[in-house]
Structures are given as structure tokens and as C-alpha cells.
Design a protein around this ligand. Structure first.
Ligand SMILES: [Zn+2]
Length: 93
């Protein structure tokens, strides 16, 4: 049975409860005993919460890689000895 998130209509308390997909029955609030309504499944919530965090470092990493490679390409192209092989040990080529 999947975990669902419920919100109390009386006090707004949110809690997780195992519930049947086919059942419309909602559990009562563990805080005040009031009627609750179903929010989205916690599975969907976790995916939503995790994806921006997963993407950020990745995008930043690729961004830094691109910047570093561009800098290196520009520096190598600027080396006067690169074309005729007379470079005497610059750090760029
Ligand atoms: Zn409540």
C-alpha cells in the first residue's frame, strides 16, 4: 500500500498514512481527531523535492567545465609557438 500525505481540515496538521488506492476513506488527524483530506503521494513529493537539488550541482559542474575548457582553448590558441612547434614549455599547450 502506498504512503499518502494527508492534511487535517481542522488544524492543518500534515501527516503520512498508508492508504488504499481505491479507498476514499481518509484517516482522522492524529493531533486533534479532525477530518483530513488527501494530498499528493509522498513518492511524488520526494521526486519533486529531490530533482532541483540533483540538477543544481550537475549544471554548475558542466558550467565550470565549459568555462575551464574555453579558457584553455583561448590560451592555447594564443601561444605563439603552438603552430610551428617552437613552444618551449608554456603551460597552455
Ligand atoms: Zn488536526
Amino acid at each position: 500500500m502506498p504512503l499518502y500525505e494527508f492534511e487535517c481540515e481542522k488544524c492543518g496538521h500534515q501527516f503520512e498514512e498508508l492508504a488504499s488506492l481505491n479507498s476514499d476513506a481518509t484517516p482522522t488527524c492524529p493531533e486533534c481527531g479532525g477530518q483530513s483530506h488527501k494530498l499528493m503521494s509522498t513518492g511524488a513529493l520526494h521526486i519533486e523535492a529531490a530533482s532541483p537539488l540533483d540538477r543544481k550541482p550537475d549544471a554548475k559542474f558542466h558550467d565550470n567545465m565549459n568555462k575551464a575548457m574555453k579558457r584553455r582553448a583561448v590560451a592555447a590558441a594564443a601561444c605563439p609557438g603552438k603552430k610551428n612547434g617552437s613552444c618551449s614549455g608554456c603551460t597552455n599547450c
